[in-house]
Design a protein around this ligand. Structure first.
Ligand SMILES: Cc1ncc(COP(=O)(O)O)c(C=O)c1O
Length: 388
């Protein structure tokens, strides 16, 4: 019997998504369709593991057990065909910290770092906050379907002497699951120009039917120019556990990562993180299958309703992630969208301009990892108010 996924009303639980709405958006009573976490209770296996540890009751220093590493290795092998060796695995409290640290390790202040826009905004913050030079290559948008502009990507790398590429695979926010050919082409361009690649694969378990997520590290021999950063946090709604994987096949790069994390003294996490991740990988697969059914059925519902009721709206096909990228340019100008969504519809989204500037200002990113009821409310509010 499959595990039933349970919706949680998280209001009043000190969660960022619902309880930070008013300070973040300056408006009372909004429905939260923003920030990438789920309104679902985690798998029962995770709750059981945490309960056991809580009831044991002594929270002194902890060491991650072998079964934690083995659970990750088995998961990557089974679901991603990626053979991770135990000695390649390092800890980070989040994927975003790991990206920031790799910018420190692999670049000097002023060095150029490239991203493909629109993109998850902490990539750009990481570049800017570390005093590196942000270079962007815009994805090609063909009727809502995004592809890589390889010639622009290569030209920007050459023109700016780019040192690092930060990649989102699958791509947040446009929902693309990159094909093997696309990944191969990107990696060959980076190899040719000596560009180090940080492959952020945090959404790699959330893949729609009919698509295959390819681990970048498996498309060729790129060990000395690639690090994979991933986690169970998006997959199983564990972001607060702050436990992520940094996979570093290259020995010299591991030495530099260890040196860096020793300097800042962040080399391990809490038991609550390790135990949650292990329990999710070993006992959470059925839960995940059910969650994916909910998410991708929500995506079908939103896409069908919006395109039927408002034919000008362009919804990008959701190949992976639970974040739907929607263009309202046929109905709203960039400077109207926030007022419309918040004041008229009472909805809170990640707005398009957060992902790379004003040119994406007519888009919103909708989080679908919630109940159908909430998704329906959001869609109805948009349809009714736009039709007025
Ligand atoms: C592409 C991507 N990377 C990283 C993160 C967050 O990673 P962490 O919470 O592990 O720092 C997110 C969260 O939405 C994301 O979409």
């Amino acid at each position: 019997m499959s595990e039933k996924v349970v919706f949680v009303d998280r209001r009043g639980t000190d969660c960022g998504k619902w309880d930070d709405l008013t300070p973040k958006f300056g408006e009372e009573g909004l429905i939260a369709m923003w920030v990438a976490d789920m309104d679902f209770k985690v798998p029962q296996s995770v709750i059981d593991a945490e309960k056991k540890y809580l009831e044991m009751g002594a929270f002194g220093y902890y060491r991650a057990r072998d079964s934690y590493y083995n659970a990750f290795i088995a998961w990557e092998k089974k679901y991603h065909n990626y053979d991770v060796k135990r000695e390649w695995i390092r800890f980070a409290p989040g994927v975003v910290p790991a990206i920031n640290w790799f910018l420190q390790i692999k670049t000097q202040p002023g060095d150029a770092v490239i991203v493909m826009t629109p993109v998850y905004y902490p990539f750009m913050d990481a570049v800017n906050n570390n005093g590196r030079k942000l270079v962007t290559s815009e994805l090609i948008n063909t009727n809502g379907v995004y592809t890589i502009d390889f010639s622009d990507f290569e030209k920007k790398i050459v023109d700016n002497n780019v040192k690092v590429f930060v990649m989102s695979s699958p791509h947040n926010p446009v929902g693309r699951v990159w094909t093997r050919e696309e990944l191969k082409k990107v990696m060959e361009i980076c190899k040719k120009h000596n560009v180090f690649v940080i492959s952020d694969e945090i959404h790699h378990d959330l893949i729609n039917k009919g698509f295959e997520q390819i681990t970048t590290a498996t498309v060729g021999d790129y060990d000395d120019m690639l690090v994979t950063v991933t986690a169970a946090s998006k997959t199983f709604n564990l972001a607060a556990c702050q436990n992520s994987f940094v996979v570093i096949p290259d020995e010299e790069l591991r030495r530099r990562y260890d040196e860096y994390t020793n300097q800042i003294r962040v080399t391990s996490g809490t038991p609550f993180g390790y135990l949650a991740v292990e329990a999710a990988y070993t006992g959470g697969r059925e839960w995940l299958e059910e969650v994916m059914d909910i998410i991708y059925s929500n995506a079908d519902y939103v896409t069908q309703t919006l395109t039927k009721e408002l034919p000008g709206v362009k919804v990008s096909p959701l190949e992976g992630t639970y974040l739907l990228w929607i263009d309202f340019s046929a109905y709203l100008k960039a400077d109207e969208i926030k007022d419309f969504m918040q004041k008229k519809c009472k909805l809170a989204f990640d707005y398009g301009d957060w992902f790379g500037g004003e040119k994406f200002g007519t888009f919103v990113r909708m989080n679908l990892a919630t109940s159908r009821e909430i998704v329906e409310k959001a869609v109805s509010a948009i349809v009714e108010n736009l039709k007025k």
